[in-house]
Design a protein around this ligand. Structure first.
Ligand SMILES: Nc1ncnc2c1ncn2[C@@H]1O[C@H](COP(=O)(O)O)[C@@H](O)[C@H]1OP(=O)(O)O
Ligand SMILES: [Mg+2]
Ligand SMILES: [Mg+2]
Ligand SMILES: [Mg+2]
Length: 334
């Protein structure tokens, strides 16, 4: 059965298993307590003050809400190890497929038990939409964000953290896996959950829901807020604004009916931040584009920066309204 499923479906099914393992690794790093934080801007350890602040925030996350200053582009042992696990697992099974990960990791050996070759059985049995049935290795690019919401991971906002694996076929984001490693359903022994979506085939791992009619709830960044972002949010005149970390987490709020729209009308996110969330959102009936309303390309040679920002809505039909209101007050950067 497994081998007879189309390549695209097999990659999504394997990505679910790899994301689950990466989630365990990310939790283990947190439990050990030494996050091994590096500032990617300077390729060095962050300042003493930043490290101390991050330790304080892990201990008192529910009370201390001090955002870091500056670019906030950090990497931790969680990011590095999760990426090694996911890349090793997917490339072992699909050696001809292009995989693009956020982190530059040296070619350290990967422990044997980090290489996952299992697949999600339910996804393997799905009917593959016709347009992806014949997709070959050269049609597919896998975009990996091994830990989305790194700033929040270092500050103890653990429910903002996700692991994102997006599968693009012929440049479009059509398969997505969002793993939330610290999600708790009440049983503290069993953390983590995995959401997935395939455009044209369905979604799983969560119950799709929408904000009740008449309410407008916006989600946006908490760690990269700028006057431009604030102006866009204000233009919508929302009932509520949820400033949370991570692109994956913000799209999760759209999927589960906690927000209507996610806006970030400025450069900062990259293709690995949006590929998986875009696919899951689209599979549920939503829409994610740049601030001009154009879909990003997920081709292997595309520039990785989402230079024209991000606008995502839980309902595709609402997207035009948000685009119009925001474009009247915010000019995209490029
Ligand atoms: N200025 C930036 N520099 C680096 N990464 C950014 C920047 N802005 C956004 N990102 C990435 O996009 C995600 C969503 O941004 P935000 O939480 O600010 O809305 C961040 O968690 C981060 O992903 P990552 O944590 O994987 O590096
Ligand atoms: Mg990062
Ligand atoms: Mg990210
Ligand atoms: Mg990341």
């Amino acid at each position: 059965m497994a081998q007879s499923a189309p390549l695209f479906i097999r990659i999504v099914a394997s990505s679910i298993a790899a994301a689950n393992k990466a989630g365990k690794i990310v939790r283990d790093v947190m439990n050990k307590g030494d996050l091994g934080i590096i500032d990617k801007q300077t390729n060095s350890l962050p300042s003493f003050v930043t490290v101390m602040l991050s330790r304080l925030q892990i201990r008192f996350a529910s009370r201390i809400l001090i955002p870091f200053q500056g670019k906030n582009d950090l990497q931790t042992e969680g990011d590095r190890s999760a990426q090694r696990c996911i890349l090793a697992s997917i490339s072992k099974q699909f050696p001809g497929v292009t995989i693009i990960g956020e982190e530059e990791t040296d070619s350290c050996e990967v422990p044997a038990d980090w290489i996952v070759t299992e697949s999600d059985e339910h996804v393997l049995k799905l009917d593959c939409p016709e347009e992806y049935q014949s997709a070959t290795e050269s049609d597919i690019v896998v975009w990996v964000d091994p830990l989305d919401g790194t700033a929040e991971y270092t500050q103890g906002f653990l429910d903002h953290v996700t692991i994102l694996i997006g599968i693009a076929v012929r440049n479009r984001a059509v398969g997505g896996v969002i793993h939330q490693p610290f999600y708790s359903s009440g049983d503290s022994e069993k953390l983590g959950r995995t959401l997935w979506g395939i455009v044209g085939a369905g979604v799983g791992g969560f119950t799709p829901a929408h904000v009740p009619d008449g309410k407008r709830i916006i989600t946006t960044t908490r760690s990269h807020l700028t006057p431009t972002v604030q102006a866009a949010v204000d233009a919508i005149n929302p009932d509520q604004v949820l400033k949370v970390g991570g692109a994956g987490h913000k799209v999760l709020l759209l999927l589960e009916g906690k927000a209507n729209a996610y806006m970030y009308p400025t450069p900062g996110t990259k293709r690995w931040d949006t590929c998986a969330p875009e696919a899951v959102l689209h599979a549920m009936g939503g829409k994610l584009t740049d601030m001009y309303g154009n879909f990003y390309s997920y081709a292997k040679d595309t520039p990785v920066a989402n230079s024209d920002g991000v606008l995502a809505t839980a309902k595709a039909d609402d997207h035009k309204y948000y685009l119009q209101v925001i474009s009247s007050v915010v000019k995209p950067a490029s």
